[in-house]
Design a protein around this ligand. Sequence first.
Ligand code: ATP
Ligand code: SF4
Ligand code: MG
Length: 338
Amino acid sequence: RPPVLEIGGLSVDYGVGDGAVRALHDVDLTLRRGEVLGLAGESGSGKSTLAYAVTRLLSPPGVITGGDVRYHPREGEPVDVLAMTPQELRAFRWQEVSIVFQGAMNSLNPVHTVRTQLTDVLKAHRPGMSREERTGRARELLSLVGISPDRLGAYPHQLSGGMRQRVMIAMALALEPEIVVMDEPTTALDVVMQRQILRQLVRLREELDFSVVFITHDISLLIEFSDRIAIMYGGRVVEQAGAADIYRDPRHPYSHGLLHSFPALHGPRRELTGIPGSPPDLRAMPSGCAFHPRCPKAFEPCGLHTPPLAPVTGTGTGTDTGRSVACWLNDDRRSGES
Ligand code: ATP
Ligand code: SF4
Ligand code: MG
């Protein structure tokens, strides 16, 4: 699958000068056309920061301090997202990339009907559409996410949490973007509802052929719905691989702890509680591999040198996904080259 978004060496700080903390370090990650890329990691690992940075929605004190983000449209040359003008960004968001924010369920405007909120997006970006066309499209969008078009006149408080969430997803899909970023889209909902919404989204993805970045704390949903998974720790991607590969055979000790800290794939919902110790403090990042104070496998180089995210060969199951790991235990260059 060709890439749709290529992130290279992306770094983000919160604050400037002495007070700055680095929330993203040199993140390399590729989203491919039509795939669901799952992002996981404990609270504070930088998942939302990454989502905001690549959509250029990062607000102060957040600052992108390095790297690049390249968007590949279906036709034409790749575009540098970080160099876009405000006008280009306005077109980019919603039409090319849309984002469903963490806690978005409550971000519908309480004083406007579902119809108004959906048609406003269309009005702003599709000036050629008539009023009737906008309403028609709004009805279509509601059915797309499994809500009866009769609910068009409803106010947010008249809808269940699951329906509000689906309205948010309908808004995100309104302009048929190529990429939909979902930051914890369903956490406030019960498991059955979460699965139902995600199934709908995956089905839509097959119909409309968009890519999804799916951020969640729920490992069972992550594995069930992602094609590929990237695991973050302390602002870095520490492993990325096909979902099945990483579940069957995690290579980074942190991935192992994270993915196997719950009993069964289809078991009850569990938070990530399986790894002793706490996530690193950005103000006092451990030296070398940031995971070393908690790592059961740590050895000499770990506290001294930061392992780069490097491809691991000879793994995988014939999928075209490839795998990379940032851990000295898995560093191919040590066993390979030299
Ligand atoms: P969660 O799972 O809780 O949503 P996350 O992986 O999305 O966590 P981020 O929200 O990206 O994590 O935060 C990454 C780090 O950046 C955290 O340590 C957080 O404290 C810090 N951070 C986030 N926003 C700000 C801010 N506005 N000012 C200062 N630090 C921030
Ligand atoms: Fe553990 Fe060392 Fe690998 Fe870090 S580099 S995960 S400390 S073994
Ligand atoms: Mg977050």
